[in-house]
Design a protein around this ligand. Structure first.
Ligand code: PMP
Length: 450
């Protein structure tokens, strides 16, 4: 191999070079095949190599790829925003386009703060987030993320944003019903708002289902309904970070739809363009846009590639594909099958403490002791070992092990393209099982588990 000058995640390591992808499979130049079982950070939701998307990309590139948003709009951007307004719940009708999930959450942060400024309440400028959350890698987004591993190096972060505990049903106190646990967790928001002072809090941000920092952690019913009530009571905006859960991943168009809750701002990324181009968005309510229109009249955000027609055309083709092939409904059906198969694995293998998920966003959590749920220390990186073994066997899964140190164990996310068939899920499960058994054996040999 010729010398590489690309800065890769692990310096000094050689990475296979991918030649092409089709459906749920990726192929490297050596001829190895991989099942894309995590859609690379839960992104490739319609599978690889979809002709319609390639055609839309070419058609737009022939017309015009880039126009600067300060001067022009484009058909592609207008149509995409209209479609998103149709998809999004309530009065979430206005989209600000960006290129990554981190930009989308930072934009939401800025719009929330600006909204209160325009209302003459400039002290409302702090965002409450949750421990065990991930909202992006840029400094602003990290400052409102509870991903311990990713925050560590950069502490102190930009802002001393408060964080509360998110619901983690697998580790709820045993003597508490799920219903009271949901309320207790949500009520932590009220306590935090009162501690900080409602006049200092602009917004609360949460992932409907926790992704990268916990692994498909689904909140109990009642949690987000109570969160909405608290936000309304103290005039705090609710930002739903749907970067991972949005566009059908959980079996509904958006994660919050499972609980009938309408946020004030919503962020999208990943599945919005399914990996075909960088594309992300911040969608906001009529009320926010009306307030800013009456006030300064302009949102203080934006990047060079915001609202470029090329990415919009691709995203539009992806959303059309999702609609045409009823992938939201498929995610619910096939996701239920995937979860059932994962639960079988959890019943069988002592290393797996929990199998959980919603729609096609699923995860396994590994524990030292299944009875006591004792987690592995994060430094043991058991999830990482399973990911490596699965990789060697031709299966890609995604790490979720940045949660609260000493509480969260190692988890891996399994969330293949929404197009996956039942037979392909069986194929995925067979490889996953081999990988877990191999790591379990290794840990048993070293007497690290019972
Ligand atoms: N929010 C959530 C919920 C995410 O899962 C991610 C990415 N894992 C981000 C934000 C950041 O997105 P990006 O990596 O595209 O910046």
């Amino acid at each position: 191999m010729t010398k590489s000058y690309v800065i890769k995640p692990e310096l000094g390591k050689e990475y296979p070079v991918i030649s092409h992808g089709k459906g749920i499979y990726l192929y490297d130049k050596e001829g190895n095949r991989y099942i894309d079982g995590s859609s690379g950070a839960v992104t490739a939701s319609i599978g690889h190599g979809v002709e319609e998307v390639a055609e839309a990309m070419y058609a737009q590139a022939k017309e015009v790829s880039f126009v600067y948003r300060s001067h022009f709009s484009s058909d592609a951007v207008e149509k995409l925003a209209t479609k998103l307004a149709e998809w999004a719940p309530g009065s979430l009708n206005w989209t600000f386009f960006v290129s990554s999930g981190s930009e989308a959450t930072e934009t939401a942060q800025k719009i929330a703060i600006q909204y209160w400024q325009e209302k003459g309440r400039p002290t409302k400028n702090r965002i409450i987030s949750r421990w065990m959350s991930y909202h992006g890698i840029t400094m602003g987004a990290l400052s409102m993320s509870g991903h311990v591993l990713r925050r560590k190096r950069f502490t102190p972060l930009l802002a001393d944003y408060p964080a509360i505990t998110g619901p983690y049903p697998y580790r709820k106190p045993e003597d508490m019903s799920l219903e009271s646990y949901a309320l207790a967790c949500a009520n932590e928001l009220e306590t935090a708002i009162l501690r900080v002072g409602p006049e200092q809090v602009a917004a609360f941000i949460a992932e409907p289902v926790i992704g990268a920092s916990g692994g498909a952690v689904v909140p109990p019913d009642g949690y987000f309904q109570r969160i909405r009530e608290i936000c309304d009571k103290y005039e705090v905006l609710f930002i739903a970070d749907e970067v991972m859960t949005g566009v059908g991943r959980t079996g509904k168009a958006f994660g919050v739809n499972h609980w009938g809750v309408v946020p004030d701002l919503m962020t999208l990324g990943k599945g919005m363009s399914a990996g075909y181009t960088p594309m992300a968005a911040t969608i906001v309510s009529d009320e926010i846009i009306e307030t800013i229109t009456k006030g300064s009249g302009s949102i203080m955000a934006g990047h060079t590639y915001s609202a470029n027609p090329q990415s919009a055309a691709v995203s539009l083709a992806v959303l059309d594909y999702v609609e045409k092939h009823q992938l939201v409904e498929k995610a619910a059906e096939q996701g239920a099958y995937l979860l059932a198969r994962l639960k079988e694995l959890a019943d069988e293998l002592p290393l797996i403490g929990d199998a959980r998920g919603l729609g096609m966003l699923c995860a396994l959590e590994f524990v030292k002791n299944k009875q006591t749920k004792e987690p592995f220390a994060l430094s043991q990186g058991v999830g990482g070992k399973v990911i490596q073994k699965a990789f060697e066997k031709g299966l890609l899964i995604y790490p979720a092990m940045g949660g609260i140190e000493g509480v969260a164990g190692d988890a891996v996310i399994i969330s293949p393209p929404l197009t996956i068939t039942t037979e392909q899920i069986d194929e995925l499960i067979a490889l996953l099982k081999e990988a877990v058994i191999a790591v379990q054996q290794e840990l048993q040999d070293k007497a690290l588990i019972g």
